[in-house]
Every structure is written in structure tokens, then in C-alpha cells.
Ligand binder design. Sequence first.
Ligand code: ADP
Length: 304
Amino acid sequence: MLVVEATKVAKRYGKLQALAGISFCVRRGECVGLVGPNGAGKSTLLRCLLGLVRYQGAISLFGQEAKAAGHRSLALVGAIVEGSSFFPYLTAEQNLGIYLWKRLPQAVLREHIRDTMRMVGLNPRPGQKVCTYSAGMKQRLALARALVNGPELLLLDEPTNSLDPVAADEIRRLLLHLNSSQGVTIVISSHALFELERLCHRAIVLDQGQLVTEIALQRSGKGLVRLRVGDMARVEEMLSGDYALRRLDDCLLVECGEDHKVGMMIELMVREGIPVYEVARNAFEDIYLDLFRQRNRAARGHPE
Ligand code: ADP
């Protein structure tokens, strides 16, 4: 089942075409990343999906055309959008109580809110007001608000922004758990490409309001191996019979799902006396950088 179906979604801010007719789908249970340079239109697209801005084109959520259905499907959606705010002089519990629309008996409601806070690792002092929270605590609260109604779809604009590396890792693990164990569908924007590589099944690349391409990702990073070696031409020749590979500026990307095959590849290179400088699983960044290098060259009139 399609959870999101966007057809020719376009958005103008005055003369600026922030989105130029974007179409894509997200299936139930998928985790999809949105990537692209600043100003590419990622936040605007998420805002369109949430009905926060007017747009042209059509968006269906859970099979219902959003505008026609009065955006009713949003009851199944949890979201973090840029610049969202809380009631500053209330506690996290009070804030979440306001956003929780599910009607529950008081005691159950309190426990549910505490559970949600525990889930996102939000642990303020008793009675602490939100205006005194650190940026990281506010980000955790934003995620708690997105989760408090038990959504089936999460739309997350840079959810690990302003979190320290350990906190960001905790949130990534939580999102991975929600997606793989509870089947929550996720659309997430981020500049942290390794984060998307770890979480997502695929990435949608935006640039200047256009959908440039989609890149399949194997979360856990398996699939592609990045090699930096002493003699790229020779290794390319040696491996090309057995592996699908691609040469980028400073490395080779080799399709190689199984760990034992990586071992065999390294063994082969060592046996041939070729220096191996780097073998890494996180190749998404290379693919992304290569894509934009090519686009920038083409824009300057130097295709290769
Ligand atoms: P991203 O999230 O990829 O960085 P945005 O969706 O925030 O990109 O912005 C896309 C384009 O739309 C940018 O050029 C940005 O300046 C413009 N934009 C975004 N929001 C507004 C707004 N409220 N008013 C005018 N222009 C906007």
C-alpha cells in the first residue's frame, strides 16, 4: 500500500519556484531519505505533505487525496518541521498533554506521556519548563511530540540536528526500531548522509526544487564497498570480471554484499602487491558527491 503519493507537487514563494512539480511514492514500511543542498526544497516538500503550505499538484496520504479529504489522514502522521515551537512556560509533560489527541483516562495518559519521554530519552528535572531546555532536549521533545499519538507515518525534517553524536545515535536507533519492528513508515531529511545510509531503504535527491534521482540504499551499509587503492586502473581490471564496479574521482565503488567476498577482494589485492589504503562500507557520500560534482560541471558547461 502507498502511504505517500505525491503527483507533480509544485510550490512558489513569490517568484521563487521552491518545488517544480515533484512526483514520488512511499510504500508502507519504507524509510525514505530526502537529500539535497540547502534550498533544494526538502523542508518545503515536507510542509506540503503536512498541508502547512499551499501547493499545486496532488498529495495522497494513506490513499486519501489530502486536500479533498480535508487532510484527515494527518491523524496518522507524526512530524518534526523546522522552526516548530512549544509552549515555553509549560513542562514537557504539559506540552505533550496538549498535543495528545487520543482520549485516555488521566492515569493512563500520564503513563503514556512518561513512556514517550523515556522512549526519546527526554529526562528533564521535575517541573522544568521548556524555555530552560537545551537545544538537544527541545529536539527530543519535538520527536516525543511526533510520536505521542502513535503515528503510522513520520515526516521528519533533520531530526538529529543539534544533538550530540551519542544522542543522535540513540535517536537513529529508535527510528530504526520504529521502522523495522513496528512498521512505522518514515520520510526523513538530513544532511548527515551516513545517517540516511544507516536508516533508509532509498534516498530521493532534490536540487533546486527538482527531483534529480533516487538512490537505493542498503541500510547497515551493506551492498557497496568503497576502495582506495594504490593502482586503481589495475584493480578495476582485476575485479571487473567478477564484480559490478564504478570508478569515481578518487575511489572505486564495488557492489559486494557479503563480507567474506570483501575479504577475498582484499586478499587478492594484497597478493598482487597493490597497496590498500581504505575499504569502507559507507559509499553513499561518494555517490552523492560524485552526482553533484557532475551536475556542477554540467552547469558550468564541462560535462566530464
Ligand atoms: P531545504 O529544506 O532543502 O534547505 P527549503 O524547502 O527550506 O530548502 O527552501 C527551498 C527554497 O524556498 C529556498 O530557496 C528558500 O529560500 C525558499 N523558501 C523556503 N521557505 C520560504 C518562505 N517561507 N518564503 C520565501 N521563500 C522560502
